[in-house]
Design a protein around this ligand. Structure first.
Ligand SMILES: [Zn+2]
Length: 129
């Protein structure tokens, strides 16, 4: 399990990344020079963290899609930190190894479960020939 110091370090990492993503999204919205998106950019800056992904969910910009996906992962990591389930594998309930969390702070599964998951979901997103 993670000690408090390790968890705090990861939380800071995630907070910084969240801020970075919001700034990139804001910039991307401004770059469209579309008044609707420019209005949204202002809201991205002012909103509470948890609402950003919901605000942007319907926006059809590929750059935003990718960022929103990452923001959602971070939001759910924050949620798990609040509920005390952060760092615990959602599939088998075992603690996720700290080095894995350091490399992937948003990891929901331990490595074996993630590999299982990817094996059983492989092919879903890749077109068959
Ligand atoms: Zn597991």
């Amino acid at each position: 399990m993670l000690n408090t110091e390790q968890r705090e370090k990861l939380r800071h990492l995630l907070e910084n990344r969240h801020r970075e993503l919001r700034e990139e999204i804001r910039q991307g919205l401004l770059d469209t020079r579309d008044q609707h998106f420019i209005d949204l950019a202002g809201q991205v800056r002012d909103l509470e963290e948890a609402s950003v992904a919901d605000l942007l969910v319907d926006i059809d910009l590929s750059m935003i899609d990718k960022h929103v996906g990452e923001i959602r992962d971070i939001d759910s990591a924050f949620l798990r930190m609040r509920t005390g389930s952060y760092g615990v594998c959602t599939d088998c309930g075992e603690a996720i190894a700290p080095p894995r969390l350091a490399a992937f702070p948003t990891a929901k599964r331990c490595r074996p479960c993630q590999e299982n998951y990817e094996r059983s979901h492989a092919g879903n997103s890749t077109p068959t020939l």
